[in-house]
Design a protein around this ligand. Structure first.
Ligand code: SF4
Length: 374
């Protein structure tokens, strides 16, 4: 059965309609797909979608361009590979992001597994409410959206921290999931707010939940690093299904690890075959954000990613090409932002797409030629 709600945070069972068809979201368990799952996902994206898989800022994977009449068959195909929970309610609740460099048997892996087992103890929560399991030496997911976090405290033990709170509650590993469930119930009992950090602006968090600051964050991986396999970048968060399947098979990767930073790793790989992904930390595409734009998004009047690719490396600093003022691809300011409007672009310096532009009505052709760029 296809349940479709426009504007809903998309999932596999409740896809969102976009300009190019349904968006079907897959949430990999612990951010990992084994080789067979990668191949299955890529085949499904090619057969039922437009052949491009999005890697999101919550380390999920989205198949785009799915016709409504193909949705049930796609769900079936994904289920065969163990990429979906059989229960749609459980699938919706499994909003857990895991530090992508976990190793088998470490604290992050143990806690992620326990968290997934205890989803049934959570109260009803808003669709975007999520959890971060980040129990390495220091937080690697500090900037990644999540409402309740398991991370290391300044003293080296585990803490459970409400997003938006400066400090967390120290816990033994055996108590950590109990604390997460209790904090989720505390949140759910306090009304209609949709995110923890927003709730804490108006409702004080009990002192018991705020007694230890988190440990210093640690550096995120970059293309060329190794986190149990080489790290590669997906330009604009896009993974062409055919190329992803090819590099997975040819490299004999044991698995794919996904991250919330438009990066992925091929587990167990020593030598990479030829591939179209970013493998150098100074690649200019890493400083460019661009949303799908037209025709994929019905809110856009401009194509975005071809222009962004053409301008990569020709702008001082970060570049954001946004199909409209909403700015989905980058919530924070960029050195240069181009905002689509009525088929042309407005130019914003040092701001976000909704900020006042310094120039208006620039044509894509003039921008691509470089004539109108600062
Ligand atoms: S920024 Fe606008 S055009 Fe781009 S994806 Fe979001 S809503 Fe669509």
């Amino acid at each position: 059965m296809t349940v479709m709600v426009k504007g809903w945070c998309p999932s596999a069972y409740r896809p969102m309609m976009s300009g190019d068809g349904l968006i079907v979201r897959v949430r990999p368990h612990a951010g990992r797909l084994d080789r067979a799952q990668v191949i299955g996902l890529c085949e499904a994206a090619a057969q039922y979608g437009n052949g491009i898989i999005d890697l999101t800022n919550r380390a999920n994977l989205q198949i785009r361009g799915v016709a409504q009449e193909d949705h049930a068959a796609l769900v079936e195909a994904l289920s065969v590979f163990g990429l979906l929970d059989a229960d749609p309610v459980r699938e919706a609740r499994r909003n857990i992001i895991v530090a992508p460099d976990w190793r088998a048997g470490d604290a992050t892996a143990r806690l992620a597994e326990k968290m997934a087992q205890r989803l049934g103890e959570l109260p009803a929560l808003p669709g975007k409410f999520g959890f971060a399991v980040d129990a390495g030496d220091g937080s690697i997911l500090r900037d990644t959206p999540a409402d309740i976090r398991i991370e290391r405290g300044a003293g080296g033990g585990l803490i459970v921290r409400a997003d938006g709170a400066a400090q967390g509650c120290p816990v033994a590993e055996s108590e950590a999931i109990d604390a997460v469930v209790a904090l989720a119930h505390w949140f759910a009992a306090r009304g209609e707010e949709r995110r923890m950090a927003r709730l804490l602006r108006s409702v004080p968090l009990p002192q018991a939940w705020q007694s230890e600051p988190p440990a210093s964050p640690r550096a995120k991986p970059r293309p060329g690093d190794d986190i149990g396999g080489p790290v590669l970048g997906a330009p604009f968060g896009q993974l062409p299904a055919e190329a992803l399947a090819d590099v997975t098979v040819e490299s004999r990767a044991a698995a794919l690890r996904v991250t919330p930073w438009r990066l992925f790793a091929l587990e167990g790989v020593r030598a990479l075959p030829a591939h179209p992904f970013i493998d150098a930390p100074d690649d200019p595409l890493l400083r460019v954000d661009a949303c799908p734009g037209a025709p994929a998004c019905s809110a856009a009047t401009v194509e975005t990613r071809r222009l962004a690719r053409a301008l990569a490396g020709r702008v001082d600093g970060d570049l954001h090409v946004s199909g409209c003022e909403k700015g989905c691809a980058r919530p924070r300011a960029a050195d240069v932002t181009l905002v689509g409007r009525d088929g042309g672009f407005d130019l914003v310096h040092g701001g976000k797409p909704g900020d006042a532009p310094t120039r208006r009505g620039l044509t894509p052709e003039a921008l691509a030629s470089g004539a109108e760029l600062p």
